[in-house]
Ligand binder design. Sequence first.
Ligand SMILES: [Cu+2]
Length: 172
Amino acid sequence: MNTLLRSLLLLTAVGTASAWAQVKVENAWARATVQGQKATGAFMKLTASQATQLVAVSTPVAGVSEIHEMKMDNGVMKMRAMPVLPLPANQAVELQPGGYHLMLMDLKAPLAKDGSIALTLTFKDAKGQVSKQQVNVPVTTGMPQGQMQGHMQGHNQGQMQGHSHGPAEHKH
Ligand SMILES: [Cu+2]
């Protein structure tokens, strides 16, 4: 069997498998890091065709990957890990600086600008059916449109090196 035919068959198989629990991933990007920086954020827009939940994320480039939420609490920006991120049917959920994000920690090497990383998203639908989706995420220094630059300066400037997940919430 030639390689082209094989990849076509593979594509068909993947398409079929994901048809029942499809989540559209758009505008994905991860923030580039500098030498010595141990954590960064990945962002994207997720739209599920039927109600589902993002339950896990993983990537070979990070030792630990978590779903995080950042929000104002008494005037202080706080970040916390979320066990699941609900994705209502046909409703876009934005993961962006200053809000939900995927936190990649214990990075094995710096994420170079203009590179890309492979992320595996694990979803669980209303029936408890689990599916995984692979996304290739470009690495950039900021949101592609240049919006909201500087919002996650902690991620950007390596201030998150001590990123801890104890009871004391880290703030930006
Ligand atoms: Cu975070």
